[in-house]
Write a protein that binds this ligand. Structure first.
Ligand code: BGC
Length: 765
């Protein structure tokens, strides 16, 4: 019996060495890693190999039900590959100690966490971050997040979330970069770079791209719902950001909860192996989302053993919380439902990630408690957050240049978000310090000193109905307290404040947890009780600036028609109040641009700029014609188009100049405009380049973003802005899923948003 076991171990180790050697290692380091892992795996029992694939949740952070009761024992038994939702460097260190001192093979653990938009220092929510259109800022925010997280024991973040979404009902639109594949791809790559760097230093951590795939296309915007789309659409419009993150070297990827083409992503071999590994060349490991494997039972794919084998054979390497691998893989191996090659593949990939992190050399590499004191939530990081937050704000309206405000007179600061520490962060800020965000009130005080007087009133709760409010404001908001007064009483007080003020700053919109996971809605307006307050404030006749907090595009038709100035601040993070004051008083000139269309009403959803023309498009300038593709009750136009955002200054675009009217394959042409700052303030403008392929073998969008540049111009200054266009920029996946550029006529547009552009044409030969 014993001899037979030794023989099996020997043969397995031989097979492993051979398989590691048959794929030629790219470098001597890789060869060294392969040998190290092969030797280690040769010592592992099947029980220990399956253990590496297990990722339980400790209960420190609520992102679902934890399976923490016997984790310590499981670690000692080699039954855990990594742990997540555990907070605090000392705690993490003590758990790592159990793994490397008390388990048989002393294999260190991965420690994961949802570090989504910062750790203790919180940056704007990702949808806000994407509105900066500033890739240096995006990368920097991920870098700071990695520094802080790694100083706190974390070596793996479940970020970036790169799901394209065109549905503001879906609460998780806040966690991504909006509707566009091109912008989303740039951001995905920048985030991966920011988190991982070269994966060498003790502040460079593993990124995890999620949620692969199509999670943002949930039907009716209802979280976890079915998705269904053509492959042509997947490849052209939804896959690019995942692929961009893989191309940038992302170390891991997370499977999504939803089905793709009729099979839950977690069980889809086509997604996890054919596309991800074979077509895109992904070399890292794939983890499920939270209980993704057992959830396939509810999807109707079979019992736990069946769905676990399905996931393993599809190409999943790590099982988050589900314990389907742990509980059933051994049996499936004996019954030949999975092969040892698959289990070896998964185990090797997990060990590889640990090796690349340097955990085998120093399992405590990320457990230096002295770092946390110096490197977390320090003045430097907060200053970076302040600057990036201000850059994420989108000025939606500014009649008669009401903004920037002067620092004089009496300012009425009104609304449920005026003095609200708990709601400055937005969703997924699990490591945030809830009592240490800068509120709007504090920010105004910091900016104004004694220069102006501030009067305040809460004016309303988030929602009139306390039970409903409790549902909206949930897990991560321990410090939020509802005002017990009646709606009338609160509005009356607010109106009295407004009447005594020269200008009113109304801070309204959503609370932090109105968006995020399991926070879908069917009404995307500012809640009624706040709108009632706003209407009462309008009646006072005072100039009003709406400082809008939101995690999703909202329908703001009434606000656009009745409020003179609207500054959308998303959820700005730790330095909220300071960055808001910076923008309101003109220290910073807003330069954010929307990364997702704001519709007129929810019935237009999904509404996105890169739509198809259809066979019955509306004629330009019309908003209704019978037997055309439109609605009876509302025009097809968005309220604010993709790419939209105003500035305190004005920019003028010249006509588009092309260096040639013909583009030959293998060559490039240049499209340029002269951009002039024609206003009174220095400012930044995001110059956007769109292309339309007029005739294709499949129908093509009316416009696709293909380039952008964020340009700084002094008042009165002009600059020529040029874009290179090559055949590559014209490529798309055709109906055979081949990435091709088809000769013919193209239009090129350059402008300040996806609607207001100048056009020119060229031909691809
Ligand atoms: C979410 C993921 C997250 C995971 C771990 C899931 O519910 O969908 O985005 O990374 O929990 O907390």
């Amino acid at each position: 019996m014993k001899k037979a076991k030794i023989l099996v171990v020997f043969l397995t180790s031989l097979a492993l060495n051979i398989s590691a050697q048959t794929k030629k290692p790219a470098s001597p380091e890789e060869a060294k890693m392969n040998t190290f892992i092969s030797n280690l795996m040769a010592k592992m029992t099947i029980y220990e190999k399956i253990g590496q694939l297990n990722l339980p949740s400790s209960g420190d952070i609520t992102t679902g039900q934890a399976n923490s009761s016997d984790i310590g024992k499981k670690i000692k038994d080699g039954q855990v590959g990594g742990l997540f939702n555990i907070k605090g460097v000392d705690k993490i260190k003590s758990v790592q100690k159990v793994a490397v001192e008390e388990s048989r093979l002393k294999i260190p653990l991965l420690f994961g966490m949802d570090v989504i938009h910062g750790y203790n220092t919180v940056f704007p929510i990702p949808l806000g971050m994407s509105a900066t259109w500033n890739m240096t800022a995006v990368e920097k925010s991920a870098r700071v997040a990695a520094i802080e997280a790694s100083a706190s024991g974390i070596n793996w973040t479940f970020s970036p979330m790169v799901d394209i979404s065109r549905d503001p009902r879906w609460g998780r639109i806040s966690e991504g970069s909006g509707e566009d594949a091109y912008l989303g791809s740039k951001i995905a790559a920048a985030m991966v770079k920011g988190y991982q760097g070269k994966l060498q230093a003790n502040n460079e951590i593993l990124a995890c791209v999620k949620h692969y795939a199509l999670y943002g296309a949930a039907e009716a915007g209802r979280d976890y719902n079915t998705t269904d789309m053509s492959k042509v659409r997947m490849y052209n419009e939804y896959f690019p950001p995942y692929k961009a993150a893989v191309d940038a070297g992302a170390a891991s990827i997370m499977a999504s909860f939803n089905e793709v083409d009729g099979i839950p992503a977690t069980g889809s071999k086509w997604l996890m192996t054919d596309v991800l590994r074979n077509q895109w060349g992904f070399k890292g490991f794939v983890v499920t989302d939270y209980t993704g494997i057992p959830e396939m039972i509810a999807h109707g794919m079979g019992d736990l053993q069946t769905v676990s084998a399905l996931a393993m054979n599809a190409g999943i390497d790590m099982d988050m919380v589900g314990e389907g691998f742990l509980g059933t893989l051994k049996k499936s191996l004996a019954e030949k439902k999975v092969s040892i090659n698959e289990i070896n593949r998964a185990c090797r990939l997990i060990l590889q990630a640990k090796y690349k992190l340097g955990l085998f050399t120093d399992p405590y590499k990320f457990c230096d408690p002295t770092r946390a004191e110096k490197e977390v939530f320090n003045a430097e990081n907060r200053q970076i957050a302040r600057e990036i937050s201000a850059e994420s704000f989108v000025l939606l309206k500014n009649s008669n240049n009401l903004l920037p405000l002067k620092k004089t007179g009496t300012i009425g600061l009104i609304g449920p978000l005026a003095d609200n520490t708990a709601n400055m962060y937005g969703t997924w800020s699990v490591a945030a310090l809830f009592d240490q965000s800068v509120t709007v009130l504090q920010g105004l005080k910091n900016a104004l000193g004694n220069d102006a007087k501030i009067l305040t009133a809460r004016g309303s709760n988030f929602l009139a109905d306390s039970l409903a409010e409790h549902r909206y404001i949930n897990v991560h908001n321990p410090t939020y307290k509802r005002d017990p007064r009646s709606e009338e009483e609160m509005i009356k007080e607010a109106v009295r404040v407004a009447e005594k003020s020269d200008v009113v700053i109304a801070t309204m919109g959503e609370g932090s947890e109105f968006t995020g996971e399991a926070s879908s809605v069917t009404d995307i307006q500012i809640p009624e009780t706040q709108k009632n307050l706003l209407k009462a404030l309008v009646k006072t006749g005072k100039p009003i600036v709406l400082v809008l907090f939101t995690g999703r595009p909202l329908a703001l038709k009434w606000e656009q028609e009745n409020i003179p100035a609207i500054l959308n601040v998303w959820f700005p993070g730790s330095e909220a109040g300071n960055s808001i004051a910076d923008a309101l008083f003109g220290k910073v000139n807003p330069s954010g641009k929307l990364s997702a269309t704001f519709p007129q009403n929810v019935g237009q959803v999904p509404l996105y700029y890169a739509h198809k023309n259809t066979g019955r498009p509306l004629a330009e300038g019309k908003w209704f014609e019978k037997f055309r593709s439109n609605y009876l009750d509302v025009s097809n136009d968005p309220l604010y188009p993709f790419g939209f955002g105003l500035s305190y200054t004005t920019f003028n675009y010249s006509d588009v100049k092309l260096s040639a009217n013909t583009l030959t394959k293998g060559k490039s042409i240049t499209a340029s405009v002269t951009l002039s700052n024609t206003g009174k303030y220095d400012g930044k403008e995001v110059v956007q380049l769109y292309i339309r392929d007029l005739v294709g073998s499949i129908t093509r969008p009316v416009k696709e973003l293909k380039g952008f540049q964020k340009v700084n111009l002094k008042a009165g200054e002009s600059k020529t802005i040029s874009f290179n266009i090559s055949e590559n920029d014209l490529k798309f996946y055709n109906s055979d899923l081949k990435f091709v550029a088809e000769p013919g006529e193209f239009q090129v547009f350059i402008g300040t948003n996806s609607r207001d552009v100048k056009a020119a044409s060229f031909t691809l030969k």
